[in-house]
Design a protein around this ligand. Structure first.
Ligand code: OOG
Ligand code: NI
Length: 460
């Protein structure tokens, strides 16, 4: 018996979820409330509730987040996730976010093929610390931090060997699979090793994220996120249970049109007991806030033009709020959206703002079919199904990072930011980083090719 890559991925996501639920009970509450909301939405909306993913997929769907310290560590992470059929997709520079800059650049590991996503879409937002960014670290701290990181080992040689085998063979024999899963989940558990408190505090003064990454000798999942079909309802119910959520839902507003991209919200990291080593060598019980809870609703993937529109709408919301700070953001955002974006799937399709897959209609008319996707849909030749957004949003991510930032940290005023772009990060990962737009565009184009072959006409 062998275990295929997607079964490894699904099993890993399940076990990670079980481990996280044991360690962070509030996560279990979040999952329970999400499942209730999903059932209620399905009961209310019927089939329409599953337009962006079956209830089975949505119920199993999770993303996690981890943070590592060096390119070598990131390279090893890529091997562990490569075993699970997850590839690096997208580039997020969180050092730029105005009010909430953190010293990391990030990518997300996820399946890239439609059938793999349908089987299990597990993804992990993965951030790499940038000790060479002079806005955060002075030369002495940078040198100490780099030396500290160089001494630690996050993943054992046994885990990495099993990962390489799973990636090469795209499966593992049952016993090896069991061992791989055990080691992989353990690598992301919170360590019970004492934390060097003085060192942690020095990094924390710069950034809580820097301390979380470079203040300890291991890594850990810092949140695991279920998907929910009605995030506003979830937010209300969590508050009703007395769980303090961040003040807003990140991303697009609630509006009369379809869900697009990604909406997320979170609760603040809880204080968890951790042994702290003092300068005199004694270990005392203490607590740190590093792990939190997040939930998300996913919508339609936008094209480059759609994304440019989204960014412009965000800027417009900011502008109106700056002009009149007494307004409520969600209300301003809803108005800006309703003025600035088509409010139906058909409208988004016609303006080429969102991605769809096209299938032959079950009962097409006779005669010669038209040649554009929109005309094929309008004429009853084809159906269009929205492609769900599988990625993240930089500004929302910056907001989510705040969930475990205790203070502002410190920033040096220098303009010489270390120059880390997507190519630099690809070099650190040791693999190409996929462009998310290219992945969605390919899925859409493949479906149009199949449709054209079926109808016997070119589609432009
Ligand atoms: C990652 C924050 C980003 C999301 O869902 O946008 C993220 C982190 O806190 O490490 O997970
Ligand atoms: Ni997240």
């Amino acid at each position: 018996m062998t275990v295929s890559q997607w079964r490894l991925r699904a099993a890993f996501a399940r076990r990670l979820s079980r481990m996280y639920g044991r360690e962070v009970p509030a996560y279990t509450t979040l999952v329970e409330v999400s499942e209730q909301v999903n059932r209620d939405v399905l009961a209310r909306w019927g089939e329409a509730a599953e337009r962006l993913g079956s209830l089975a997929r949505v119920t199993a769907e999770r993303h996690g987040a981890i943070r590592v310290g060096t390119p070598a560590e990131l390279n090893q992470v890529a091997r562990v996730f490569g075993a699970l059929g997850m590839r690096p997709v997208g580039f997020y520079d969180l050092r730029e976010a105005a009010a909430s800059a953190v010293p990391v650049v990030s990518t997300a590991f996820r399946p890239v093929d439609a059938d793999e996503l349908a089987r299990n879409p597990f993804r992990v937002f993965t951030s790499l610390l940038t000790p060479d960014d002079p806005r955060f670290f002075d030369p002495d701290l940078r040198a100490e931090l780099t030396a500290f990181l160089a001494r630690r080992q996050l993943f054992s040689p046994e885990l990495l060997a099993l990962a390489d085998r799973a990636e090469a063979e795209r499966e593992l024999p049952e016993q090896a699979a069991e061992r791989f899963l055990e080691l992989a989940v353990a690598a992301f558990e919170l360590s019970t090793e004492p934390v060097d408190h003085a060192w942690y505090r020095r990094l924390e003064a710069v950034s809580a994220v820097a301390a979380d990454i470079g203040g300890v000798t291991s890594t850990h999942v810092n949140h695991l996120t279920p998907r929910v079909l009605d995030i506003d309802e979830l937010y209300r119910r969590m508050r009703g249970r007395g769980i303090e959520m961040i003040d807003a839902i990140q991303g697009p507003p609630r509006w009369r049109g379809p869900d697009v991209l990604l909406r997320q919200t979170s609760f603040r990291a809880l204080a968890e007991p951790r042994p702290l080593r003092q300068p005199d060598g004694t270990v005392v019980p203490g607590s740190l806030r590093v792990r939190f809870g997040e939930v998300e609703a996913r919508g339609i993937a936008l094209t480059r033009a759609g994304r440019a529109r989204y960014d412009a709408l965000l800027t417009e919301v900011d502008r109106r709020l700056a002009a009149d700070p007494d307004q409520v953001r969600a209300e301003v955002a809803r108005q800006v959206w309703e003025q600035g974006l088509p409010d139906t799937e058909r409208g988004l399709l016609g303006a080429d703002l969102a991605f769809f897959t096209y299938d032959p209609a079950p009962d097409p008319p006779r005669g010669t079919p038209p040649t554009t996707p929109a005309a094929l849909v309008d004429g009853g030749w084809a159906t269009a199904t929205p492609i769900v957004y599988e990625d993240f949003l930089p500004r929302s991510a910056a907001g989510i990072f705040q969930s475990n930032l205790s203070g502002e940290g410190t920033r040096h005023h220098t303009s010489a930011a270390a120059d880390h772009d997507v190519d630099w990060l690809a070099g650190a990962v040791g693999r190409d980083i996929h462009d998310p737009f290219d992945l969605y565009a390919r899925e859409q184009a493949d479906s149009l090719d199949r449709l054209a072959a079926r109808l016997g006409t070119p589609i432009t």
